[in-house]
Design a protein around this ligand. Structure first.
Ligand SMILES: Nc1ncnc2c1ncn2[C@@H]1O[C@H](COP(=O)(O)OP(=O)(O)O)[C@@H](O)[C@H]1O
Ligand SMILES: Cc1cn([C@H]2C[C@H](O)[C@@H](COP(=O)(O)OP(=O)(O)O)O2)c(=O)[nH]c1=O
Length: 207
């Protein structure tokens, strides 16, 4: 049986990595094989590209170069980790995927959506998740959670200004409205267990 491919999206600090772990536990308890992964990264080659993307000066790369590096990392992640796991019948849960490129490099960075989708077609055969959970949290709460976690030391992209992150959030909302079948918005506020229940409800038709 082919597996299921689920992505979690949203800004920094909304709780994506926390929820991936909780969702993986819930799915394993139902007897599924689960692969937890993340972007940029998720395969040895893509983790090497991750360092190039997240370390160094904010202006290290142009928006276009950054887009190509994310697409290259994603191509390796898809070929080496995601497709083999899906072929075995596993559930693949990824912390970010294509929609992060569309929101950050596209909506906020100004690179065209069609170009990003074309790179995805070339690099990753256009693979899309079966479901994308968009975790929604007010910007102040997300920033407070992220700064508790990182002590205020953001990476190259997380450290960009509030207007950049506001454009990211608006772009995610627009993507969710464009593809209501694939996307499910999830209220990410309140205790982690409540958020996991909302996520399981948003996957009920796939379970
Ligand atoms: N529901 C929640 N309530 C309070 N704090 C949370 C909740 N979910 C996650 N956190 C904490 O907020 C911080 C950011 O969460 P994380 O899962 O790393 O977010 P993301 O992966 O989206 O950046 C972490 O310190 C985490 O422990
Ligand atoms: C996958 C992806 C991530 N990013 C950004 C979003 C984050 O700022 C950063 C990944 O950092 P990471 O620390 O993994 O994410 P988070 O802060 O959500 O826990 O890379 C893009 O700009 N484009 C992409 O395609």
């Amino acid at each position: 049986m082919a597996g299921r491919f689920i992505s979690l999206e949203g800004g920094e600090g909304v709780g994506k990595s926390t929820q991936i772990k909780r969702l993986a536990e819930a799915l394993r308890a139902r007897g599924h094989e689960v692969v937890e992964t993340r972007e940029p990264g998720g395969s040895p080659g893509a983790e090497a590209i991750r360092k190039l993307l997240l370390e160094g000066e904010a202006e290290r790369w142009t928006a276009e170069t950054e887009t190509l590096l994310f697409a290259a990392a994603r191509a390796d992640h898809v070929a080496r980790t995601i497709r083999p796991a899906l072929a075995r019948g596993a559930w693949v849960l990824t912390d970010r995927f294509l929609d992060s490129s569309l929101a950050y490099q596209g909506g906020a960075g100004g690179v065209g959506e069609a170009a990003i989708r074309q790179l995805h077609a070339i690099g990753s055969g256009g693979l899309l998740p079966d479901r994308t959970l968009l975790l929604r949290l007010p910007a102040e709460s997300a920033a407070a959670r992220a700064s508790t976690r990182d002590g205020g030391a953001g990476d190259r992209i997380g450290g960009r200004d509030a207007s950049y992150h506001a454009r990211v959030a608006a772009a995610f909302e627009a993507l969710a409205a464009q593809e209501p079948e694939r996307f499910r918005p999830v209220d990410a506020s309140g205790p982690a267990g409540d958020v996991t229940e909302r996520i399981l409800a948003a996957l009920a038709d796939l379970l």
